[in-house]
Design a protein around this ligand. Structure first.
Ligand SMILES: Cc1cc2nc3c(=O)[nH]c(=O)nc-3n(C[C@H](O)[C@H](O)[C@H](O)COP(=O)(O)OP(=O)(O)OC[C@H]3O[C@@H](n4cnc5c(N)ncnc54)[C@H](O)[C@@H]3O)c2cc1C
Length: 458
């Protein structure tokens, strides 16, 4: 198995192939193993978030007020220190995992030469060739950088470059209301940086239940963030003292820095896909069979961000494992009904199953149960005064159809909803089971009872 790329999908496919007794080579052109996930994406942004929440005292502000701080002057140095320690540890764990499983790795750029052969070229220009029975394209994506955006790492940055900031911005404009944009916008806002979030469409996070997004937008505005929806970007200019964003509706936004986070492009350019008869779309995404992750070339698979939605580290890992199992004839059960989506903004959002809009569209009768975190004893203890859980149940089958959370701990709590949905559980599970007390998870019990009170025994 030749694995091209050492991000989550490549890593999981490599280890799975090795566990099935195959010989595996992982090739990554990056300086260190780990991919976007470890070096510029998931882990750095989540470490940054954790550091900001700790040093700013964000989680305690519900109790001690908005003026509460753990550290007064938080510098880039404070943020970077923890970042490097975490990343070093991640790489070390990955290297050890490869070593234990006898997965070999090399640093080079890979290019297909034929259906069973590829070339490896190092930065220094050293050239070699390898043969393979199966290959996995796990090359991921890079930030989309339109030509008319003046990226200069002084005023205008992409999401990779945000990790190289030399100082914190005094004011920041974030362009793009997708997951990456809202995560960075709210993380900097938690540092008391005035932030403007710009999204040309009329909504943000449009795959998430509307009620959750509305509450999230309310929370962002409530703490002073400016949100500009529904107007295209006409121009982004980098001036000596500031950056200026001009919107099509004539408004301008000045800030010290701009983060452009509107989309990503697949790293397929130099792979020689034409040699093996694989096509990519205009955003560099490869089409695969959704059950097996096989491309149009029978022995070549693709997984991770290079195949498009949902573009998560979590789903990428699973895709890599499934691809490896399929390549080596290992039987797999049918894929689970749903997977969770975690957005590590401040506050967190997490969602699994159908949104209320989707349930409504499907036409079946349903009931909603809601629990606000401030109604739980754990919420009182923690000083949590925002956030809620929303559960959607089918009236006919009583089954849980969707769970949606905005607020503290959302990305952890969501797994209860995921388990109940995928195991076919009903509203009665929440009513009849005891939950630890005091916990935020108790919100499931409260929301279950809320729906049950209207649904009755059925
Ligand atoms: C800012 C940010 C925050 C994110 N936060 C989250 C999150 O909280 N949770 C979550 O689940 N996901 C998150 N993601 C998404 C997550 O990082 C990606 O889904 C995941 O990294 C995709 O994994 P992958 O397997 O496609 O490989 P990637 O991690 O994209 O790595 C691809 C690797 O392939 C290598 N490569 C490319 N071309 C070649 C070539 N020709 N030859 C050799 N090597 C090559 C690259 O050097 C790279 O190391 C985030 C992403 C970003 C950018």
């Amino acid at each position: 198995m030749l694995v091209i790329g050492s991000g989550p999908s490549g890593r999981r496919a490599a280890v799975q192939s090795a566990k099935l007794g195959r010989s595996v080579l992982v090739v990554d052109r990056g300086r260190r193993l780990g991919g976007v996930s470890v070096h510029t994406g998931t882990i750095p942004s989540k470490t940054l978030r954790e550091t900001v929440l700790n040093l700013s005292g964000w989680r305690e502000r519900g109790f001690y007020g908005r003026g509460y701080r753990v550290k007064q002057d938080i510098s880039v140095g404070d943020l970077i220190e923890r970042l490097h320690k975490t990343l070093d540890h991640e790489v070390e764990v990955l290297q050890h995992q490869f070593m234990r499983n006898t997965v070999r790795s090399a640093r080079a750029a890979v290019k297909f030469l034929g259906p069973n052969r590829a070339s490896l070229t190092t930065d220094a220009g050293d050239y070699s060739e390898v043969g393979f029975a199966h290959a996995l394209i796990a090359v991921g994506t890079r930030p989309h950088r339109p030509r008319d955006v003046p990226f200069d790492k002084t005023r205008v940055f992409d999401s990779d470059e945000m990790l190289e900031l030399e100082r914190l911005p005094r004011t920041l404009t974030v362009i793009g209301g997708g997951v990456i944009g809202v995560e960075y916008a709210t993380i900097f806002s938690a540092l008391d940086v005035p932030v403007t979030l710009v999204e040309p469409r009329n909504t943000i996070l449009d795959f998430v239940d509307r009620e959750i997004v509305d509450d999230f937008i309310h929370q962002m505005r409530d703490r002073g963030m400016t949100i500009r929806l529904g107007s295209a970007i006409q121009e982004i200019a980098s001036k000596p003292d500031y950056a200026e964003v001009t919107l099509a509706d004539g408004r301008t936004i000045r800030s010290e820095m701009v983060l452009y986070a509107a989309g990503r492009t697949g790293n397929v350019g130099a792979l020689g896909l034409d040699v093996v008869g694989i096509e990519a779309d205009s955003r560099g995404r490869i089409k695969v069979d959704p059950q097996t992750f096989r491309t149009s070339a029978p022995n070549i698979y693709a997984a991770g961000d290079v195949i498009g939605f949902p573009s998560l580290a979590s789903t990428s890992m699973e895709q890599g494992r499934v691809a490896a199992c399929h390549a080596f004839g290992e039987p797999l059960p049918p894929p689970p009904q749903t997977f969770p989506y975690g957005i590590y903004a401040v506050p967190e959002i997490s969602t699994v199953g159908q949104s209320e809009e989707q349930v409504r569209e499907s036409g079946g009768a349903y009931e909603v149960g809601v629990a606000r975190f401030r109604e739980t004893s754990r919420g009182h203890i923690m000083g949590v005064n925002t956030g809620f859980l929303k559960l959607l149940f089918s009236i006919e089958t009583r089954r849980l159809l969707g769970a949606h959370i905005v607020g503290e701990g959302a990305t952890e709590l969501i797994h209860i909803g995921q388990a109940v949905i995928n195991l076919g559980g009903t509203v009665d599970f929440f009513v009849n089971n005891t939950f630890n007390y005091p916990t935020l998870a108790e919100a499931y019990k409260i929301a279950g009872l809320d729906a049950w009170n209207r649904m009755g025994r059925g």
